[in-house]
Design a protein around this ligand. Structure first.
Ligand SMILES: Cc1cc2nc3c(=O)[nH]c(=O)nc-3n(C[C@H](O)[C@H](O)[C@H](O)COP(=O)(O)OP(=O)(O)OC[C@H]3O[C@@H](n4cnc5c(N)ncnc54)[C@H](O)[C@@H]3O)c2cc1C
Length: 346
């Protein structure tokens, strides 16, 4: 009989993080049944410290071995909860691979997630940094998040407002490890006007010979752009964009723009703010394509740090800090990392 979880000692995490960093966890618990969570969390190996939740490992950097037990959800249920003709409510377990869900919802005739195609990782991690791409953020389509609240010691359901989604941010990111996301409830429209107002998408659709784009066409365009622009972690270790685009006060944005008129600027996250292009600033400082040993910056994308083979997490972190230092010195702007850094402070 299965207990709903499996425990491994001294677990090798190299193939469980997309940077391909060599790291070992004292314990790895793979959970197939969230009903067993209370029991799992009371295991002495887990209670001692932690746990650290690990999804696909595509948004973290092991700067050191985790001291805590690592918990991973292997749950895979996708269930229809409701359908009022206009909107469909779906329950999706945390362990479901993100891109597979995007394609499954398109197969079901549902819209909303198409601009988020090909983002690596799991459904459980998607709300943590409110994943976003090509003008869409997942929070727009989250009805509620189901989680184990480690402070209450009980399961909770948080509605969209309680999740406090913002640019690459949410409640969950602000209190790391308090909420173990067990499932996400999505509210997906049957129809929506495809979102095409993002640089690159109209051009790609036109190259595909598509005049009136469907949501599936948009997903296909996004997949083609991403495959061309982003290094594939199966070929070279990386965690996608390493830095967030900094959101700064309008006055600071104006000062930087005054000195660097070609700096790309975007809408901020609220009134009086603007978002600056981190990639542009990093490229201006000469880091694009940089390599030192096995740690480097992708030649195709200045925001992506890469592991050419045997870089350690500490080497990549050191490189990231030097890049941020150069940007601060030249532009007076602080860069913040997007991935979570395990075993060190930014
Ligand atoms: C090539 C590439 C491209 C990418 N492109 C994008 C992009 O366009 N947009 C974008 O937003 N991101 C992007 N990312 C980053 C990453 O894919 C996403 O952030 C993704 O949601 C991370 O999922 P994961 O399962 O790998 O999470 P992990 O890396 O395993 O974990 C990330 C964080 O979430 C926590 N976590 C994971 N699962 C849970 C859970 N069930 N409950 C609570 N906490 C949890 C972890 O503890 C950690 O803090 C990219 C990454 C790569 C490698």
């Amino acid at each position: 009989m299965t207990r709903g979880w499996r425990l491994t000692a001294d677990a090798d995490l190299r193939s469980r993080n997309t940077f391909g960093i060599a790291a070992t966890a004292p314990w790895l618990v793979e959970v197939d049944d969230c009903g067993a969570l209370a029991e799992v969390l009371s295991l002495p190996q887990v209670r001692a410290a932690g746990p650290l939740l690990l999804g696909g490992g595509s948004n973290l950097l092991f700067a050191a071995n985790p001291k805590a037990a690592v918990l991973s959800f292997a749950t895979r249920r996708v269930e229809l909860l409701g359908d009022d003709g206009a909107t469909v409510l779906l329950h999706v377990d945390a362990g479901v691979p993100w891109h597979g869900l995007v394609m499954q919802t398109l197969d079901m005739g549902l819209a909303g997630l198409e601009n988020l195609a090909l983002i690596p990782g799991t459904v459980g991690a998607a709300p943590i940094q409110n994943i976003g791409a090509y003008g869409t953020e997942v929070g727009e389509f989250v009805d509620a998040v189901e989680a184990w609240d480690c402070e209450l010691g009980a399961p909770v359901r948080l509605d969209r407002a309680a999740c406090a989604f913002a640019y690459r941010d949410s409640l969950f990111k602000r209190v790391p490890d308090r909420y173990l996301v067990t499932a996400v409830r999505f509210a997906l429209p049957r129809r929506r006007q495809p979102k095409l107002d993002y640089a690159g998408i109209p051009e790609e659709l036109s190259a595909m010979g598509v005049a009136a784009a469907t949501c599936r066409d948009v997903a296909e365009a996004v997949i083609r752009i991403r495959q061309r622009k982003l290094p594939d972690p199966a070929v070279i270790g990386n965690a996608g964009s390493f830095f967030k685009n900094p959101i700064v006060a309008e006055e600071l944005a104006a000062q930087v723009l005054d000195q660097h008129p070609s700096l790309p600027l975007f809408r901020g996250d609220g009134p009086g703010t603007r978002k600056l292009s981190a990639a542009w600033m990093i490229e201006q400082c000469g880091w694009k394509g940089f390599r030192e040993g096995d740690a480097g910056v992708a030649a195709s994308h200045a925001l992506v740090l890469v592991n050419h083979g045997d870089a350690s997490g500490a080497q990549l972190l050191d490189l990231a800090r030097r890049i941020a230092g150069a940007v601060r010195q030249r532009f007076g702007v602080d860069l913040q990392p997007e991935p979570r850094i395990i075993g060190a402070q930014w």
